[in-house]
Design a protein around this ligand. Structure first.
Ligand SMILES: [Ca+2]
Length: 426
C-alpha cells in the first residue's frame, strides 16, 4: 500500500514536471520539517539541525509535508481556539530524539511528544477537503473547549477526508459546555483509521467520552479505551449512518455513564471482533438501532451491569461471545426479532433472559478475572474450548490462528498451550 502510494505519487510528480515544471515541486514528495517545543526557529525551512516552533512549521508546511516532533518531555502548546488548525494533507510524527545530525531516530516509546491544550483550548481541529491527516507517535492531551464537540480533536470534512492515527495517546481531554460530545475525539463526515492507539480519561458531558462518531467510516484495531466518561457512550457513541469496525481492542474501567458503547439511532453499523470489554459499569453495548455484529468478544460485568441491550429494530448477529458476571447478560427489547444469538457462553450472571441457540452454561475458566485482558484468556479447563461455531474469524485477539486444537473456541481467545504456558509463567 505504502509502496503503491509512493509510486502513484511519483507518477503524478513526473507527469506534473512534464506538463509544467514549477507546478510539481520536490515538496510534493513530502519535505520533513523538524520541530522542537522550546526555542524553535521561526524562519527558514526547519531542517534537522535548525528545528522550528510547531506553529511556524505548520504555517510554512506544504501539502504532503511531514512535521517531525522532538520528544523532550516538554509539551507542545499554542494559542487561540486550538493548538493546531489543519486544512491540508499532512503527517505529524512524534518521538524524534532531537539529534541535529546523523540519521533521524524516531522512537515514540523513548521520546514522548505531547501536544497539550492546557485545559483551555482544543488540541487539533482538522478541516479536510479530500485531504489526509496522519498522526503517529504523539500524545493529544488536556484539550478543552467551550464549544460542544471534540475536546481533544475535532475532525471534520465538507466533502471527504481521511485521518490515520497510529500509536496516538488521546488522554485527559474534555469539553466543558453542555451538551458536549466526543471528549477525546469528535469525528464528523470523515474516514478515520485508528491503530495501536489509547483513549484514556477523556470526558464528554453528553455522549462519546472517548470518541464520538457522526456520519463517518471508522476502523479501530489493537487499541485501548480506558476510564473515559460521559452521560452515555462513555467510551464511544456512534450516530447516523456510520460503518464502524472494532477488532483486537480493550474497553476497561468505564465507571460512569449508562453505556460503554452506544449506537444512538437507527443507522449505525458496528462489527466487533476479538475484543475484551471488562471491568466497566452500566451497559457494555447499547444498540438502540442499526446493524450489530458481535463475533468472538469477551465481556465481564464484575457482578453488576448489563452485557448487551438490543433495541427492537436492531439487525445482525452475535456468535461466539462470552458474557461473564453480569446482573443481566442480554436484554432484548420486544424480542429483537432480527438479531440472531448463537454459541454464547453464559456464566455467573444473575439473569440470562435471552440464550439464543447452541448456548453454553459453563465456567469459562478465565486465567484471572481480577486482572485486565491477559487475565481474561481461557485456561485448559474452559467450557469455551471447542464450543463455538465457524463465524469466519480465523485469528484470535493475540493473532493466533483459529481454530486450534479442534473446533472454534468461544470468546476473544483461542486456547493453545503455546500461549497459555508463557502466561502462567509470568
Ligand atoms: Ca479450539
Amino acid at each position: 500500500m505504502h509502496t503503491r502510494a509512493r509510486s502513484v505519487l511519483a507518477v503524478l510528480v513526473i507527469c506534473g514536471l512534464g506538463l509544467s515544471a514549477p507546478r510539481a515541486s520536490v515538496q510534493a514528495l513530502g519535505a520533513q520539517r523538524f520541530v522542537v517545543p522550546m526555542l524553535g526557529a521561526t524562519i527558514g525551512t526547519c531542517p534537522q539541525d535548525t528545528p522550528c516552533t510547531l506553529a511556524y512549521a505548520l504555517s510554512m508546511a506544504s501539502p504532503g509535508d511531514e512535521l517531525i516532533l522532538a520528544g523532550t518531555g516538554i509539551a507542545y502548546t499554542g494559542t487561540g481556539s486550538q493548538v493546531l488548525l489543519i486544512d491540508k494533507t499532512l503527517t505529524i510524527r512524534g518521538g524524534w530524539d532531537g539529534a541535529g545530525t546523523g540519521p533521524v531516530v524516531i522512537d515514540p516509546a523513548a521520546h514522548h511528544s505531547a501536544i497539550s491544550g492546557a485545559g483551555t483550548r482544543r488540541v487539533v481541529r482538522a478541516q479536510l477537503d479530500n485531504e489526509t491527516l496522519t498522526l503517529d507517535g504523539i500524545t493529544i492531551a488536556d484539550g478543552g473547549t467551550t464549544e460542544s464537540d471534540g475536546g481533544g480533536m475535532w475532525l471534520t470534512s465538507p466533502s471527504t477526508g481521511t485521518v490515520n492515527m497510529s500509536r496516538v495517546e488521546v488522554t485527559a481531554n474534555g469539553n466543558v459546555t453542555p451538551p458536549s460530545y466526543g471528549g477525546g475525539v469528535y469525528a464528523a463526515n470523515i474516514s478515520l483509521n485508528i491503530t495501536g492507539c489509547t483513549f484514556s480519561f477523556n470526558n464528554a458531558l453528553s455522549g462519546g467520552g472517548g470518541l464520538k462518531i457522526y456520519q463517518s467510516t471508522v476502523e479501530i484495531a489493537d487499541s485501548r479505551f480506558e476510564q473515559n466518561s460521559a452521560t452515555y457512550g462513555s467510551a464511544i457513541e456512534v450516530e447516523n449512518p456510520s460503518p464502524v469496525t472494532i477488532e483486537r481492542s480493550v474497553f476497561v474501567r468505564h465507571l460512569s455513564g449508562s453505556s460503554v458503547i452506544l449506537l444512538s439511532d437507527a443507522d449505525p453499523a458496528l462489527v466487533m471482533t476479538n475484543n475484551y470489554i471488562i471491568h466497566n459499569q452500566g451497559v457494555m453495548i447499547d444498540a438502540m438501532g442499526g446493524d450489530l455484529d458481535l463475533l468472538h468478544n469477551t465481556y465481564s460485568g464484575d457482578g453488576a451491569g448489563t452485557g448487551l441491550m438490543i433495541g427492537s429494530t436492531v439487525t445482525g448477529n452475535m456468535r461466539n461471545n462470552i458474557l461473564y458476571a453480569f446482573t443481566n447478560s442480554i436484554l432484548l427489547e420486544a424480542g429483537s426479532p432480527s438479531f440472531v444469538i448463537s454459541h454464547t457462553l453464559f456464566h455467573d450472571n444473575t439473569h440470562d433472559a435471552a440464550l439464543g441457540s447452541d448456548y453454553v452454561l459453563g465456567d469459562p475458566c478465565l486465567v484471572d478475572p481480577f486482572a485486565d485482558e491477559q487475565g481474561f484468556h481461557i485456561a485448559n479447563c474452559s467450557a469455551a474450548i471447542d464450543a463455538g461455531e465457524d463465524a469466519g474469524i480465523l485469528e484470535d485477539y493475540d493473532g493466533d490462528l483459529r481454530p486450534r486444537l479442534g473446533a472454534f473456541d468461544i470468546g476473544a481467545d483461542e486456547f493453545g498451550w503455546l500461549v497459555f504456558l508463557p502466561l502462567v509463567l509470568r
